[in-house]
Design a protein around this ligand. Structure first.
Ligand code: ZN
Ligand code: ZN
Ligand code: FE
Length: 761
């Protein structure tokens, strides 16, 4: 008998055809396999038992990098094919093809890397069809060597033979290379002059041991590397990078080394060793081998394992660097990660003491991804290398849409049918180089996905760079969606849901539909319709934007609404960064009802409480004070909440307004009565949990909805995410929380794209 299989998913450039060849040959089947625009077509012919065995093995034995979305099988007439062959690809193999993300070096390649008898022994660019660079080296479709940055290297006869042989792991492995024919490593001094070294890796390790800061070219850009144990060196790196306290990630040799640094659960260990090899946020061990300067005042540390052959060599048991290495994206302050060698030499001048470079070009930047495990599963914090461009499957399709995202932690999103391709982390668009990066990514994604968007969708904020970019796309149909509505839709989208729901959208800042900034929102979302069921009281931002960087100003605003501004003098000593005269002036302006901008953002309330408790009065990066407040909390689910008032905006009407005044007074009294900041921080968390659960219950009573979708950066707070999810679930709600895409603005573009499809549907 003969059967045809149509396979869709990530099935090209991942060793799928050789896998099919080996499977069919093993089962004694004839037939053929070929690539085309919609995936892979297979026909096998032989006895019925063997054909069934083939069908049964197709999914479970598929190569590690493939992702089968769909298999359709149909019996066809015998053709008398006795042997099995790999047929040429159909022309125009584009359209529905999916590109693999970059993948960490596989176990087979790692064994060869350290095998003195292997011809690729210690070769930093070893790869095979199961591992290596993909997305970051592909210029265009179809995914073939001439369309990648490997086109600069001509394979030697040995590599070419592997490339042509379906029985090897390197059959059609586009980046295939060896020391005779492939990319090479080189070490350069601070001025970019070559430093001759027989073994550049050994020379680089010697410099790291001596306390140097090295720029190391990786997969999606350069890292800055240094000894994570040396406080003076890490402090010097902070000074040169103009990075005050934002944590650095560290890379260590293996799981054992991770365990010395931080507590690791099984789920976290699986994530650390996954082919995506992200940075995983872990609970740091006191007295571990990395110095406090790595993540000042932070109880968590971002850790990753080696993912390129070069990383393995740098951290090898023998001759490698022994301890944890700081491995942070190489960029001056918050600009995009450095990509090219020339770019590194000028943009990292004065930052790096030496450069470890190579001559395989990176086509598109991609930072390391960051995840944490919360409420029992991995959740994205920054989705980039290893995950992009794997699509999120949407509940519905439509015309191709370009969603341009928000202002901070920007990503963009393109849709093709029901697939949503969220870009890698682009960054904060406030600086010009990052804004240019957005256009670079938009162009690249359109090229490799072979997509021409027909619709562009953006945030309502008129001054976001992304909005202005969208407004310039006069060639496209333009749509806009409210920020928190998009957060809720992003969560629904990744869970493949279209039903109306209660949305809890909690973050720092988002453009509202009235004259205030939103961010403490209980919404009723039904597709493109959105209503505000409840929200936190909008607090004045004393000094506008400045209040976001200086949480003590938010504390002052909270004191004001609580009628406790007379506490200022008592609290001033807890705010080392507050100038007394400025604080008194702001207090007086608040008393005179000065028209400061106002925000209901829950992030601002966290800032206020962090400052009231003397935990943080200054934020050197977004979310720092809120993070410190979470970490300071002596959390226990039985902690009693403070009182908080829910008052209708208009008598008998909606939305309900959460007034934190009574809570603030109770918190101050609690402190007066001797409560520690740790206890008060825990009770504050309990208050927010109880408030949101009550609001969800009231909204359910009004609407009969029991589906709840969570969104917004506040849900990176594990206490809130885990406790709110658990309590709502126990009370009969169905709760959807962000996992595949970040809860923060990094996931916003997905919600925007989904909004556009719903609008056009
Ligand atoms: Zn490999
Ligand atoms: Zn070669
Ligand atoms: Fe947001």
């Amino acid at each position: 008998m003969r059967r045809r299989f149509e396979v869709a998913g990530i099935v090209q450039g991942v060793g799928f055809r050789p896998f099919v060849y080996r499977l069919a040959t093993r089962l004694g089947l004839g037939g053929h396999v070929f690539n085309h625009e919609a995936g892979v077509t297979i026909e096998v012919e032989g006895d019925a038992a063997a054909v069934d065995a083939f069908a049964a093995a197709l999914r479970p034995e598929a190569p590690p990098l493939s992702r089968i979305d769909e298999v359709r099988a149909v019996d066809v007439a015998d053709a008398g094919e006795r042997a099995f062959r790999i047929a040429p690809s159909a022309a125009h193999a584009r359209a529905a093809t999916l590109i693999s993300p970059d993948v960490a070096v596989c176990d087979d390649c790692r064994r060869e890397l350290f095998d003195p008898a292997d011809r690729r022994h210690r070769y930093p660019f070893i790869n095979c069809v199961n591992c290596g660079p993909r997305y970051t080296i592909i210029a265009d479709l179809p995914y073939d060597r001439p369309k990648t940055t490997m086109r600069a290297f001509t394979m030697c006869p040995a590599c070419q033979a592997e490339y042509d042989d379906p029985r090897t792991r390197r059959f059609h492995a586009q980046p295939n290379a060896c020391p005779a024919c492939g990319p090479r490593l080189a070490l350069e001094d601070a001025a970019g002059r070559p430093l001759p070294a027989a073994d550049p890796v050994a020379a680089a390790v010697a410099r790291l041991v001596a306390g140097a800061i090295l720029a190391v070219k990786g997969l999606g850009g350069f890292h800055l590397a240094c000894d994570a144990a040396l406080a003076a060196v890490v402090a010097e790196l902070r000074r040169r990078k103009h990075r005050d306290e934002k944590p650095f990630a560290v890379m260590v040799r293996d799981l054992e080394a991770v365990a010395a640094l931080a507590a690791v659960s099984d789920a976290e260990a699986r994530l650390l060793t996954s082919p995506e090899r992200p940075i995983v946020l872990l609970a740091r061990r006191a007295g571990g081998p990395s110095c406090d300067e790595v993540a000042p005042g932070n109880r968590r540390v971002g850790v990753m394992l080696p993912y390129t052959p070069l990383h393995h060599l740098l951290l090898a048991d023998a001759g490698g660097f022994p301890g944890p290495l700081v491995m942070t994206s190489a960029n001056p302050s918050d600009e995009p990660i450095v990509r090219d060698n020339d770019e590194a030499r000028w943009r990292l001048r004065g930052i790096a003491d030496a450069f470890l470079v190579h001559d395989r070009d990176i086509l598109v930047r991609a930072d390391d991804s960051v995840l944490h495990v919360a409420a029992g599963m991995p959740r994205q914090v920054r989705r980039s290398r290893g995950f992009v461009p794997v699509p999120v499957r949407l509940p519905r399709g439509g015309p191709p849409v370009l969603a341009v995202g928000g202002e901070l932690k920007n990503t963009i999103c393109l849709t093709r049918g029901r697939d949503a391709f969220l870009s890698q982390h682009i960054g904060d668009l406030e600086n010009a180089p990052t804004a240019a990066f957005l256009e670079e990514i938009a162009a690249h994604l359109q090229r490799v996905l072979d997509l021409r968007p027909e619709v562009v969708v953006h945030d309502l904020h008129p001054d976001y760079h992304a909005t202005r970019y969208a407004l310039h796309r006069t060639d496209l149909t333009r749509l806009a969606v409210q920020h928190h509505h998009a957060h809720v839709l992003a969560c629904l989208a990744e869970h493949g849901r279209e039903a109306p729901c209660i949305g809890l959208a909690l973050d720092g800042t988002g453009y509202g539909l009235d004259d205030t900034i939103w961010g403490g929102e209980v919404l009723v979302v039904d597709g493109t319709a959105m209503q505000r069921a409840a929200h936190f009281r909008a607090l004045p931002l004393p000094g506008g934007e400045q209040a976001i960087r200086e949480p003590w100003r938010m504390a002052l605003a909270l004191l004001h609404v609580a009628g406790a501004a007379d506490r200022l003098e008592q609290l001033l000593p807890r705010w080392p960064h507050a100038e007394a005269r400025t604080a008194r002036t702001l207090r007086d302006l608040l008393a005179r009802a000065h028209p400061f901008p106002r925000s209901s953002g829950l992030g601002r309330l966290f800032d206020a409480v962090a400052a009231l408790l003397g935990i943080r009065d200054l934020a050197t990066f977004e979310g720092q004070a809120a993070m410190a407040l979470e970490q300071a909390a002596a959390w226990d689910p039985a902690v009693p909440p403070y009182p908080i008032d829910l008052v209708p905006a208009a008598p008998g009407g909606t939305p309900l307004v959460v007034d934190p005044a009574a809570m603030a007074r109770a918190l101050l009294d609690d402190l007066d009565a001797g409560a520690t900041p740790a206890r008060a921080a825990a009770r504050f968390h309990a208050t927010i949990v109880a408030t949101l659960v009550t609001l969800a219950q009231r909204t359910r009573a009004d609407t009969s909805l029991r589906l709840v979708a969570l969104g917004g950066g506040v849900f990176q707070n594990r206490i809130l995410l885990e406790t709110i999810s658990a309590r709502l679930t126990a009370d009969g709600f169905e709760v959807l929380a962000p996992a595949q895409v970040p809860a923060n603005d990094g996931g916003l573009a997905l919600g925007q794209a989904y909004f556009a499809l719903l609008s056009l549907g």
